[in-house]
Each structure stands twice: as structure tokens, then as C-alpha cells.
Write a protein that binds this ligand. Sequence first.
Ligand code: ZN
Length: 96
Amino acid sequence: MHGENPGIAAPNPIDATATSPQRYCYYCRKPHPEDQMRAVESCVGVRWRCKASIKAARQDANLREAWGRAKSEANRSQARHGIEHLNKLLRERETA
Ligand SMILES: [Zn+2]
């Protein structure tokens, strides 16, 4: 072992440039660092998905729920409004 210096570990250029382990996110269809990933159970087995997409989906679900509530309320008022509108149209047609 002539000429080697065991006291100083030479920086390995491969290790130095290696990024943190990546996992393929089926949701984004691209790899993310493993520490941002979560294994989720799906019908085809365990798949990896990033926490950001899970969070986004949760917010999305909340939004959808809120939207659904708003829409059903709108439908109720729109149904009333729709009848009024129809009556107005019929009246206009009669007077025309
Ligand atoms: Zn992702």
C-alpha cells in the first residue's frame, strides 16, 4: 500500500455528484427524492407518490367538495331562477 494515505478518504466523484435516492412518482410521472415520497397502496400494489401530490389531491378533494356544495346550492337557486326566467320568456313571447 505504498503511496496511499488511509487517513484521508479521497472524495469519490461519483458519490459527490450522486443525488439523493429518487423514486418514480406515478402521479407526476417523474422521479422525486425519496424523502418526499410516500408508498401508497393501489389496486396494482404499492406505488410511490410524492407527498406534494397527495397534499394537492387532498386540497383538490376539499375544493371539489366545496364546489359540489356550492353547485347544489346554485342548482337550487338556479332552479327557482330558471322558472322565473322561463315565465319571463313566456310572458315576453305572449306580449310580442
Ligand atoms: Zn410527484
